[in-house]
Design a protein around this ligand. Structure first.
Ligand SMILES: Nc1ncnc2c1ncn2[C@@H]1O[C@H](COP(=O)(O)OP(=O)(O)OP(=O)(O)O)[C@@H](O)[C@H]1O
Ligand SMILES: [Mg+2]
Length: 182
């Protein structure tokens, strides 16, 4: 009998001991993501969500500094690597009502040619596309971070690929990358 496993089982966890390791995981994720992907970033204030976004931007060849879009809520960056991707970085911390997501036009940014990162997506969880990645980060201050990546909906088809290339990525870049000054 062919039993479908719940997607939540497609979840990988690891620990980072400092900011440069977290940033480096962002770079690795950026190398893995494709245009059309949505990655939701969960974690308390200061967990390192924006740091991961900066690493992803680095992997995509974004030249501008990636800063926290807490006030603008939505920030667009242009990648310069192939495959060429636009990068949208959202921070919904200040969203108070899910209906505001429609007003600021969040859904128009989730497109096939764009990688979308959303910090603080909790308020729109029910409205999010089912096919997405979720990165949960626990820890703050100088403490290590527990990071956990889930493959939801049809993104589960890339689970094996992630497991295969994760080991290679770590071997290729044993030293953590330096976090750039923004
Ligand atoms: N192991 C670690 N991983 C991630 N960040 C770390 C770590 N150790 C220390 N830090 C520091 O924690 C801070 C994380 O800040 P960042 O802006 O990325 O958090 P955030 O999750 O985006 O917060 P917010 O919810 O306010 O947007 C950085 O100053 C970083 O240097
Ligand atoms: Mg942030």
């Amino acid at each position: 009998m062919n039993i479908m496993l719940p997607n939540l089982l497609c979840r990988d966890s690891w620990e980072t001991l400092n900011a440069s390791q977290t940033y480096t995981w962002g770079v690795r994720l950026g190398m893995f993501l494709h245009p059309g992907d949505l990655l939701c970033l969960y974690g308390d204030l200061g967990a390192g969500k924006t740091l991961v976004a900066q690493g992803i931007g680095h992997a995509l060849g974004v030249k501008e500094p990636i800063t926290s879009p807490t006030f603008t809520m939505i920030q667009l960056y242009e990648g310069s690597q192939i495959p060429l991707a636009h990068l949208i970085h959202m921070d919904l911390y200040r969203l108070r009502d899910p209906a505001e997501a429609d007003i600021i036009g969040i859904w128009e940014f989730i497109r096939d040619d764009t990688i979308v990162l959303i910090e603080w997506p909790q308020i729109i969880t029910d409205q999010l596309p089912p096919d997405r990645y979720e990165l949960h980060m626990a820890g703050s201050g100088e403490a290590p971070r527990e990071m956990s990546l889930s493959f939801l909906g049809n993104r589960a088809v890339r689970w094996d690929q992630w497991k295969n290339i994760k080991g290679t990525m770590i071997k290729d870049k044993e030293t953590a990358l330096e976090v750039p000054d923004n």
